[in-house]
Design a protein around this ligand. Sequence first.
Ligand SMILES: Nc1ncnc2c1ncn2[C@@H]1O[C@H](COP(=O)(O)OP(=O)(O)OP(=O)(O)O)[C@@H](O)[C@H]1O
Ligand SMILES: [Mg+2]
Length: 221
Amino acid sequence: MLELQALAKRHGEVPVFREVSLRLEAGEFLALVGDSGVGKSTLLHAVAGLEPIDAGRLWLDGEELGGLDEAGWARLRRERLGFVFQAFHVLPQLTVAENVGLPLQLLGQAGDRIRARVAEMLEATGLDGLGGRMPAQLSGGQLQRVAIARALVHRPRLLLADEPTGNLDPGTAARILDLLDAARRREGTAVLLVTHAEAAAARADRVLRLHPDGLRPGRSG
Ligand SMILES: Nc1ncnc2c1ncn2[C@@H]1O[C@H](COP(=O)(O)OP(=O)(O)OP(=O)(O)O)[C@@H](O)[C@H]1O
Ligand SMILES: [Mg+2]
């Protein structure tokens, strides 16, 4: 469902990575590991059209994405992608429930449907009772879970997640990984997850390590 062919990225003259190729099936869980600074976050941003690439081609559900304009990318993100950023990007002026429901709001869903789905996601991420809070009143791990709930609320085809369990205790992290499993099984969501956590990589179907010259089979760490 996702295919990358020889993606390359530079920052000015400085190469980040090249020859990054990958095929991801519906419902597949791929863990992406690699040293700090090797370009994992950059690669996730590139797959979501948030960062331009310098070479290579990418497809989602058979559609080549290279020709999309800004509006096309925005629509694709809204309808088919979920993104958990390394820095969360939870909107500080909205409540927890409004943050989680935002993707559905943008898709024009009805208020009672949004409320029901948000309640389900808050429960699944262990945030029940916190829907009325503002983000400033949450811990780091709670914020991370708001970001995860928001990324899955609209049942995306592809979830791109950058260290989504980094701030969580082992029990809460396991619960989040269960949630990803459920999305895979029930909605066929494919998961591309950047992680250094052994426990997260152990749950993946495959682990790939990003090197400056491409992806190779790898272990976490
Ligand atoms: N705007 C920028 N201009 C120049 N270089 C940049 C810019 N943004 C990122 N970089 C560089 O690109 C490289 C890849 O960064 P990226 O954030 O993708 O790494 P990462 O693998 O996600 O690292 P980490 O594991 O620490 O999160 C780094 O060497 C970084 O310094
Ligand atoms: Mg990163």
